[in-house]
Design a protein around this ligand. Structure first.
Ligand SMILES: Nc1ncnc2c1ncn2[C@@H]1O[C@H](COP(=O)(O)OP(=O)(O)OP(=O)(O)O)[C@@H](O)[C@H]1O
Ligand SMILES: [Mg+2]
Length: 236
């Protein structure tokens, strides 16, 4: 059973269809890529999946249960966590405290300190653990946002351009982190413009263009797909 199943999702802003009959799935234990040009609708689809935006048509189910009518907090309680393209961290709190706030909401709240220490280690944030988040370069701040999402032990994790601002070494470490999160049994959905990262880490990739899924398949299939080359990868 798919952790996430989206079908027929349509969202219109005025007369413009940002999403038009979108279907996609994500499986536990896998990293699923969601790519496409700027304005394709990737972040809007995350808003629909996480319950921040109601689609005018279509359904979303998590773990086989239809959640289309549920709000964001009830979806979070069913194991969904996400990061935002525009970060939503507490800038005046330290890295550690940002993670603690999230851990205290999750299933490990009674052991929040130990969970936070483990996350800082896993994310490689030890050197900046006591720094205010608003003093960090964006690459590191994005990692804190990923850490906050991981702190609630999600079964479905939506990541919106988490590697933007990372250098090559950081991206390589991040790829290993994503594989390890997936191997813990989480379904990871990755929106990302870094095609090296997407193609190396994803099991399957969905391609959105102008609000429609134009292709879905393995990274090798996507790289060779004529429609994808024309819409996106040809000039990437
Ligand atoms: N709140 C909104 N009101 C009106 N139009 C919107 C709104 N949010 C998004 N859009 C439009 O919907 C379309 C999809 O936007 P979206 O942010 O989902 O794209 P994206 O694939 O995430 O792009 P990017 O790669 O630049 O982040 C765009 O045309 C955008 O201008
Ligand atoms: Mg976006």
């Amino acid at each position: 059973m798919a952790s996430l199943e989206v079908s027929g999702v349509t969202v219109a802003f005025g007369g413009h269809r940002a999403l038009d009959g979108v279907a996609m799935t994500a499986e536990e234990g896998h990293v699923t890529g969601l790519i496409g040009p700027n304005g394709a609708g990737k972040s809007t689809l995350f808003d629909v999946v996480s319950g921040l935006r109601r689609p005018s048509a279509g359904r979303v189910s998590l773990g086989g249960r239809d959640v289309t009518g549920l709000g964001p907090s009830r979806r979070a309680r069913r194991g969904l966590a996400r990061t935002f393209q525009r970060l939503e961290l507490f800038g005046r709190l330290s890295v550690r405290d940002n993670l603690r706030v999230a851990a205290e909401l999750g299933p490990e709240r009674r052991k929040a300190d130990a969970a936070v220490t483990g996350l800082i280690e896993r994310l490689g944030l030890g050197a900046v653990a006591d720094d205010h988040v608003d003093t960090l370069p964006t690459g590191l701040a994005r990692l804190v946002e990923v850490g906050r999402a991981l702190a609630v032990r999600p079964t479905l994790l939506l990541l919106d351009e988490p590697a933007a601002g990372q250098d090559a070494d950081e991206t390589e470490r991040f790829a290993a982190l994503l594989r390890s999160v997936a191997s813990d049994g989480t379904a990871v959905v990755l929106v990302e413009h870094d095609m090296g990262l997407v193609m190396s880490v994803c099991d399957r990739v969905h391609v959105l263009d102008l609000g429609k899924i134009i292709a879905a398949g393995t990274p090798e299939e996507i790289r060779r797909d004529e429609l994808v080359l024309a819409a996106y990868l040809g000039d990437a």
